[in-house]
Write a protein that binds this ligand. Structure first.
Ligand code: NAP
Ligand code: ZN
Ligand code: ZN
Length: 348
């Protein structure tokens, strides 16, 4: 069935309206009327082919939240009228070692991402949440706690899980000093989670105007990363630093702030390689790691954690038609702190 969407037709063209096809729900499928979709910096990277590998037209959007309209005959956990959410993945093989460990994002046969992946059903490419409706397998559809505001919950589906997962894995919690680099969509959730997990939380920002917000969001300290003296005051003191920066920047400056066996976890994906001085890794022994979103079970755990602690995203609600302007503002780090598209604007 046809649904309205916004798509980029080339790396250079702005996003514009496009009608796309969604499959009729199969027996295991959930059909969702999309209410809100968050705007992730990955949407911009992929719309503009900054990582290579984009197939056009591309319909971005992987922070999807809506109401179930229909379900297939074998669906057990959802019924029409329920709130439902979809994140960065819509399928995987479900039988490889990674899938069996609930790490579908690392499926050895290749996870099917929500957009710009091969669609097993239609044969074309998957289309994301900048659209009025989507049909997704129940196994990749998430339950949203009813006490959360739906618009403010949508970005949890990527910005939330991408920061929650590494903070849990590398043990952010009481007695730990945790840094978060960049106060954007991911970063502001990193600060909220690190604080909620009980870590001493330090936010690094290039934007002096974000200091007060960072403290309100849960940072115990804020460092202006361009100020060498402020950086030096934290030398060799962090257990973990979570780097969410989307553009080229100096990783070595953050490596130097890790204590023995501390870890710099990269989640931001600058389009270019970032040089690392090896001495910074040796003296004292330190590590650099990466992390990619989180599995479906962990995403549900994160949503439930947010329901329990009433953790929501700080958002600016926009109309679908404002997406190109939103991308330009995102490039200037001028988002407080996630754009969320009100999909009513596309339903007319
Ligand atoms: P965002 O909202 O644009 O935030 C990025 C932040 O990085 C900015 O707010 C800014 O923070 C800082 N920044 C930007 N340019 C900078 C520069 N030149 N030097 C230093 N700092 C700079 O983006 P996002 O949606 O949070 O995504 C961040 C990155 O994570 C993107 O590359 C995205 O593709 C990636 N990502 C990865 C995963 C994963 O699974 N690993 C998932 C989602 C997104 P300040 O103003 O505070 O300095
Ligand atoms: Zn994302
Ligand atoms: Zn698999």
């Amino acid at each position: 069935m046809p649904v309205s969407a916004f798509a980029a037709k080339s790396a250079e063209s702005p996003l514009a309206p496009l009608s796309i096809e969604r499959r009729e729900p199969l027996e295991q499928d959930v059909e969702i009327d999309i209410l809100y979709c968050g705007v992730c910096h990955s949407d911009l990277h992929i719309a503009r082919n900054e990582w290579g590998g984009t197939t056009y037209p591309v319909v971005p959007g992987h922070e999807i939240l809506g109401r179930v309209t229909r379900v297939g005959s074998k669906v057990k956990r959802f019924k029409a009228g329920d709130l439902a959410a979809v994140g960065c993945m819509v399928d995987s093989c479900r039988s490889c070692e990674s899938c069996k460990e609930d790490l579908e994002q690392f499926c050895l046969k290749g996870a099917v991402f929500t957009y710009n992946s091969e669609d097993k059903h239609s044969g074309g490419m998957t289309y994301g949440g900048y659209s009025t409706g989507v049909v997704v397998d129940e196994a990749f559809t998430l339950k949203v706690p009813e006490n959360l505001d739906p618009a403010r919950a949508a970005p949890l589906l990527c910005a939330g899980i991408t920061t929650y997962s590494p903070l849990r894995r590398w043990g952010a919690g009481k007695g730990k000093k945790v840094g978060v680099v960049g106060l954007g969509g991911l970063g502001h959730m990193g600060v909220k989670f690190a604080h909620a997990l009980g870590a001493h939380t330090v936010l690094f920002t290039t934007s002096e105007g974000k200091v007060a917000d960072a403290k309100r969001l849960g940072a115990d300290e804020v460092v202006i990363s361009k100020d060498a003296d402020q950086m030096a005051a934290h030398a060799a003191s962090f257990d973990m630093i979570l780097d969410t920066v989307s553009a080229d920047h100096d990783l070595n400056a953050y490596l130097n702030l890790l204590k023995l066996d501390g870890t710099l976890v990269l989640v931001g994906v600058p389009p270019n390689p970032q040089p690392v001085g090896v001495f910074g890794l040796l003296m004292p022994r330190r590590q650099i790691a990466g992390s990619l979103i989180g599995g479906i079970a962990e995403t549900q755990e994160m949503l439930d954690f947010c329901g329990k602690h009433k953790i929501e995203c700080d958002i600016e609600l926009i109309k679908m038609q404002q997406i190109n302007e939103a991308y330009e503002r995102m490039l200037k780090s001028d988002v407080k702190y996630r754009f969320v598209i009100d999909m009513a604007s596309l339903k007319g």
